[in-house]
Design a protein around this ligand. Structure first.
Ligand SMILES: *[C@@H]1O[C@H](CO)[C@@H](O)[C@H](O)[C@H]1NC(C)=O
Ligand SMILES: *[C@@H]1O[C@H](CO)[C@@H](O)[C@H](O)[C@H]1NC(C)=O
Ligand SMILES: *[C@@H]1O[C@H](CO)[C@@H](O)[C@H](O)[C@H]1NC(C)=O
Ligand SMILES: *[C@@H]1O[C@H](CO)[C@@H](O)[C@H](O)[C@H]1NC(C)=O
Ligand SMILES: *[C@@H]1O[C@H](CO)[C@@H](O)[C@H](O)[C@H]1NC(C)=O
Length: 462
């Protein structure tokens, strides 16, 4: 009787052998920080870089374009259109000729209608990215810095379909010697038996699978591009061979812990600078067979249930706070701001949490992306500017996360890899559950963030 035991191992992906015969308590004293590389210099004290206002580029402010009833209703319609397409991905989809892939054609058709300015198809594929995106369903945006002022004059945009359903939108910059940055999101949603794809808007929220994870982000990014790419123009040839190891200034994907307001006046922005690894453990049990009308005292099912219970009881991880780890740095920032809520925070960060993952590939713990240096300062400065509020402080600090994102497939493309959906905690709900929803005010803030970020990156030479 085969049985899949699928668990998420936070700090320990490689410390646990795949065969779990003889389950016993892990000796956490063996563990040392750093278990993985951190790219920051030692001596973190949570000094904030300055907030970064993109206003000097002279473009209209985010609120001029992305606020008001008309703008909100346009975003509702864009999000609904994607949410209403049941773009499930399955564990057992065949790589080729599986009719269940066809729904992604509907997504592509919808994108073409919703975002005509960013939907110009160009011939040819991206060889390098094709390898990276094998079997992935990604919407991948690559925008070179210093692009948008020129974009308004001549659209330098290409859309490539990779591996049938992956999409790569690329905007070539005017200065080809600068590295691009990459915004990514995914088109698929997880399967539920009773799919709720209403896309219903109750006046505040849009409901439906994918409303938050991840069609919210896909819609936000594309809306920004759709605006910035006003005016049709010639498609310049995409520099296919431009991409390679360390070619991106920054990669920003979904996930992370969003924004958390503590004590009413400190808003923590918690992008993930690292991901745990994971491994799936399979147990094969061979038991004596027989007729079900006369089962043995202890059946295969019973033995397997015992094994599962033994693993649940014995494979637990005590919270450990390693000096220099992202969580430690987060707590330093909170301590510096006199927050008393740090304990609940530690609990919330999933040292002991488990996540059921369905992939059966082993993923190693990622490197820890920098929380200092020019790229981080630009990212942090944009967050501080975008979410600034009266008498309050916005503190971006790197965090770690329990789940895995698609960034694991392109860690070699950039040093600065962040996973962060610019969404306040509590403003989206029930991701991966039957009644997923996103508040439109969260979506609109996200759109403004991507708009500000694109402009700041455009104006910088990182
Ligand atoms: C950046 O985003 C915020 C919205 O959160 C907006 O109020 C601000 O004006 C934006 N900055 C610019 C220059 O548009
Ligand atoms: C392009 O970027 C490089 C590297 O920052 C810089 O040396 C060069 O002057 C830039 N060229 C233009 C035309 O801005
Ligand atoms: C797309 O481009 C057209 C033509 O230039 C422009 O009128 C329109 O405003 C653009 N769309 C958006 C959403 O900005
Ligand atoms: C946990 O492991 C111990 C031995 O290390 C064993 O005695 C105990 O029964 C296990 N717990 C369960 C629920 O099997
Ligand atoms: C909060 O922490 C930041 C650095 O993260 C610091 O600049 C700021 O002064 C602190 N605020 C208070 C009120 O302590």
């Amino acid at each position: 009787m085969p049985w899949l035991w699928s668990t998420a191992l936070f700090w320990l992906s490689l410390a646990v052998p795949a065969a779990t015969a003889g389950v016993s308590k892990l000796d956490s004293n063996r563990l040392q920080w750093p278990l993985f590389t951190t790219l920051d210099p030692p001596g973190f004290s949570c000094d904030l870089p300055p907030a970064l206002d993109p206003a000097p580029d002279g473009l209209p402010a985010a609120t001029e374009i992305f606020s008001g009833d008309e703008a909100i209703l346009r975003q509702v319609a864009r999000l609904q259109a994607l949410v209403r397409i049941p773009s499930f991905s399955y564990d057992d989809t065949e790589p080729e000729n599986d009719p269940r892939w066809q729904v992604f054609n509907q997504i592509h058709d919808a994108l073409q209608v919703l975002y005509p300015n960013v939907s110009l198809e160009s011939p040819g594929g991206l060889v390098v990215l094709l390898l990276l995106l094998l079997l992935q369903l990604l919407l991948l945006l690559s925008i070179s810095p210093r692009t948008q002022l020129s974009i308004a004059r001549h659209t330098r945009m290409t859309r490539n379909t990779v591996n049938s359903f992956g999409l790569v939108y690329a905007v070539q910059g005017t200065n080809a010697s600068l590295r691009p940055f990459m915004l990514t999101g995914h088109q698929d949603v997880v399967l539920v038996p009773d799919p709720p794809f209403s896309g219903h808007c109750d006046g505040h929220r849009v409901w439906g699978r994918g409303a938050s994870d991840d069609k919210n982000i896909v819609t936000a990014i594309l809306s920004v591009l759709e605006h910035l790419l006003r005016g049709a123009g010639t498609i310049s040839k995409y520099l296919q061979d431009k991409y390679g190891p360390q070619s991106m200034a920054m990669i920003l994907d979904e996930a992370g812990l969003g924004l958390q307001l503590l004590q009413g006046n400190t808003l923590y922005a918690l992008p993930s600078v690292m991901e745990k690894g994971h491994v799936n453990i399979y147990i094969d049990l061979t038991a004596r067979g027989g007729h079900s009308s006369a089962p043995a005292q202890h059946t295969g099912i019973g033995i397997m249930a015992e094994l599962v219970a033994a693993i649940e009881t014995n494979v637990t991880y005590e919270p450990q706070l390693f000096s220099g780890s992202p969580i430690h740095k987060h707590l330093i920032c909170q301590a510096r701001n006199g927050s008393e809520e740090s304990d609940s925070n530690i609990d919330g960060h999933g040292f002991t949490e488990r996540m059921i993952v369905t992939s059966d590939q082993e993923t190693e713990v990622s490197h820890v992306s920098p929380t200092s240096g020019r790229v981080w300062d630009l990212f942090s400065g944009t967050i501080q500017h975008t979410f600034a509020f009266e008498n309050g402080l916005v503190v971006p600090v790197g965090e770690s996360m329990t789940g895995n994102t698609d960034t694991r497939h392109y860690l070699n493309l950039a040093t600065n890899v962040y996973r962060w959906a610019p969404t306040r905690q509590g403003w989206s709900q029930n991701i991966h559950a039957a009644d997923e929803a996103i508040e439109m005010r969260a979506h609109m803030e996200g759109v403004c963030f991507y708009y500000n970020l694109t402009r700041n990156l455009d104006a910088s030479d990182v």
